[in-house]
Design a protein around this ligand. Structure first.
Ligand code: GUN
Ligand code: ZN
Length: 433
């Protein structure tokens, strides 16, 4: 006998492609829709009237009428070990790392601390409607174990890796080229491809890895088809100058990573602010993705991301909160700040493009669009339910919005975790307000 169906009813919106390219054809919207889920995957989607006629009588139906159902958000850059230093005052990148980040990350030598923070972190993602994240752990292998385990218990899709850093950081946070490589390979064996978990080779940035460690990281990335790589590039001007001194032979900061075989599909770089068109062409040609982290870029005073140039070159771009330099776990608040960063850069971000970035665009930047990012049949049924009436101001403002586009824009400007009424992972509620 077929398994009982699970279904959700409400206003449903998802993207079939990029609305910046394909316009209205990129968007599928049901004012009153039903999404049917079997075995954690999307079975079928359609107008409620049609779906009600064909659903079996034993279907479990969650009624979210009056609310908006979207694919779960995809956060393409975040640091779980920085949860407890979010909103730390006064510094730009390099001083912020020394003063706040490294001491906080040192505490992850204690597996009990790592487990406690990993649990809080995953719950906080779900409270904010984020069902997939690409996250940094710390230099401690057990910190990656702790995050994988917390995500596994919640059945989330999660990409992480042990940080590689063997120089220019405190002694108590250093690995070596050998131990970093061996511990990473052991973690790949333990976790990569288990349930919904994937491993990312994680050189923190070119300043904190020796050329020897950078070469080993590039080799590991190439050795296993399907592995990810995550790092930071061209975030802060002081950082860019430092990299130029550390790697005088490289043409640019990005070229350092290129020289060590660290570009390619499933390689994701946070920030990407101080790049030139040669760098961007190289990212496009290699299929390397950018993670745009607006709240972090404003908080650390790093600079303004250039989305128009990335788009013009056809580069895959996702959105990242970059907690703890980022100031919110909320993808809605992150889209709000993305809009403002682009305003300062003379560019626009439509609400449709913003929600595309947070869902299908993010999935594409992680090469996961065959599994997540929208509600096509067979996809993993991760979804977020947004309440346009979550606060008195949201209710008042959205009541005056005649179009979907205007409502979405108000939700991303005024919404935060309060607007997340529920989050489902593989069809099942994982959070309810
Ligand atoms: N560059 C190297 N490490 C970090 C980090 O932890 N956060 C940010 N925002 N940039 C970095
Ligand atoms: Zn980061």
């Amino acid at each position: 006998a077929p398994l009982p169906l699970h279904a959700v009813r409400g206003e449903i919106l998802h993207f079939l492609s990029d609305p910046a390219i394909h316009g209205e054809a990129a968007i599928e919207h049901f004012a009153d829709g039903i999404l049917a889920i079997r075995d954690g995957r999307v079975a079928e989607l359609g107008p409620a009237e049609d779906m009600l006629a064909k659903l079996p009588s034993d279907v479990v139906l969650d009624d979210y009428r009056g609310k908006l159902i979207l694919p779960g958000f995809v956060d393409t850059h975040i640091h779980y070990a920085q949860t407890d230093i979010i909103a730390s005052y006064g510094e730009q990148l390099l001083a912020w790392l020394e003063r706040y980040t490294f001491p906080a990350e040192a505490r992850f030598a204690d597996p009990a601390h790592a487990a406690a923070v990993a649990s809080f972190f995953c719950d906080e993602l779900l409270r904010n409607g984020t069902t997939t994240a690409m996250a940094f752990a710390t230099v401690h292998a057990a910190s990656a174990d702790a995050l994988f385990e917390a995500a596994r218990q919640r059945r989330m899709r999660l990409i992480t890796g042990k940080v590689l850093m063997d120089r220019n950081c405190p002694d108590f946070l250093r690995d070596t080229a050998d131990t970093g490589d061996a511990e990473s390979r052991a973690l790949v064996e333990r976790w990569h491809g288990r349930d919904r978990l994937l491993y990312a080779v994680t050189p923190r940035f070119a300043a904190t890895s020796s050329p020897g460690q950078m070469a080993r990281a590039g080799r590991l990335f190439a050795d296993h088809p399907g592995l990810y790589l995550q790092s930071h590039v061209a975030e802060n001007r002081g950082e860019v100058e430092w990299i130029a001194r550390l790697y005088p032979e490289a043409r640019s900061y990005l070229d350092v990573y290129d020289g060590f075989g660290q570009l390619g599909p499933r390689s994701v770089y946070a920030h990407c602010i101080w790049l030139d068109d040669t760098d961007r062409a190289r990212m496009a040609a290699t299929g390397t993705a950018m993670s745009f982290c607006p709240t972090s870029n404003l908080f650390l005073g790093s600079g303004l991301f250039d989305l128009a140039s990335a788009r013009a070159q056809g580069i895959r771009v996702g959105i990242g909160t970059d907690v703890g330099a980022g100031t919110s776990f909320s993808m809605l608040q992150t889209l709000n700040e993305a809009y403002k960063v682009l305003q300062l850069n003379g560019q626009r971000l439509s609400a449709e493009s913003a929600f595309h970035l947070a869902t299908l665009g993010g999935a594409e930047s992680l090469y996961l669009e065959d599994r997540i990012g929208n509600f096509l049949p067979g996809k993993e049924a991760d979804l977020v339910v947004l309440d346009p009436q979550a606060t008195p101001l949201l209710a008042r403002r959205t009541a005056a919005c005649p179009t979907l586009d205007e409502r979405l824009f108000v939700l991303m400007m005024l919404g935060d975790d309060r607007a997340v009424a529920a989050t489902h992972v593989l069809g099942v509620p994982a959070w309810r307000r």
